[in-house]
Design a protein around this ligand. Structure first.
Ligand SMILES: Nc1ncnc2c1ncn2[C@@H]1O[C@H](COP(=O)(O)OP(=O)(O)OP(=O)(O)O)[C@@H](O)[C@H]1O
Length: 230
């Protein structure tokens, strides 16, 4: 089976300093549909940079990035932006919800595209399905101020899922939450793999990392597999 994502020799060098610094050093990685991966490593080891390269926010200086077998490491920004919105969902430590909108309206914002809005009924069905997927359909009409941190993060996950991404990239999504709430958020994230979406989670939390199918350790820009779950 062709990998969904195949990285080979990905290198990212930070210039503009006295000495150029290698942030990603020959990273290789294959990701298949429905897989879940944790990327762990010390602060500053390059985890967020790797997610930025994976999500096409940043380009590698060297190496190849195949998405469904097609080389995409040097796409012009317009085509990269299209791929970003058709293939990827993003979840961050901060929820970035619009506070004057309800949960459903926040999720619906992700459905606005170059052609404008989808028809109302279609939009509503997609939004409610995404909220249901993360277990908070009953909060559709609530505004963020009336929700807990974990609920707000699940709205942000629903917003990332509503376009049915093939890859969900999550950068420390539980970093601002207590342990119990964080666990609910990880449950919601893991649910996406059941329908073939690949999940790549950057985390400092060992328990959350252990729940992923694979753990990859980034050490000074070098990525290595830590263990394969039974
Ligand atoms: N635009 C930039 N300008 C200067 N330094 C940068 C830039 N982007 C990343 N870095 C540096 O590159 C290194 C890797 O950063 P990155 O954010 O990828 O690490 P990280 O593993 O995600 O860290 P953390 O766990 O603290 O979020 C760090 O030393 C960081 O300071």
């Amino acid at each position: 089976m062709t990998a969904l994502i195949e990285l080979n020799g990905i290198t990212k060098v930070l210039k503009g300093q006295e000495q150029p610094r290698t942030i990603l050093d020959g990273v290789g990685l294959s990701v298949h549909p429905g897989e879940s991966l944790a990327i762990v490593g010390r602060s500053g080891s390059g985890k967020s940079t790797l997610l930025s390269v994976l999500g096409l926010f940043d380009r590698p200086d060297q190496g190849s990035y195949l998405l469904d077998g097609t080389e995409i490491s040097r796409l012009p920004e317009r085509r990269a932006a299209k791929l970003r919105s058709s293939h990827f969902g993003f979840v961050f430590q901060r929820f970035f919800l619009l506070k004057h909108l309800t949960a459903a309206q926040n999720v619906a914002m992700a459905l606005v595209n170059g052609q404008g809005w989808l028809p109302r009924r279609q939009r509503r069905a997609k939004v409610m399905a995404a909220l249901e997927e993360v277990g908070i359909a009953h909060l559709a009409k609530n505004r963020p101020a009336k929700m807990s941190g974990g609920e707000q993060q699940r709205v942000a996950i629903a917003r990332a899922l509503v376009r049915q991404p093939r890859i969900l990239l999550a950068d420390e999504p539980t970093g601002a939450l207590d342990t119990e709430t964080g666990t609910l958020v990880i449950d919601a994230l893991q649910g996406v793999t059941a329908r073939g979406c690949a999940l790549i989670l950057v985390t400092h939390d060992r328990d959350h990392a252990a729940r992923m199918g694979r753990i990859l350790h980034l050490n000074e820009g070098v990525l290595a597999e830590q263990k394969v779950a039974a």
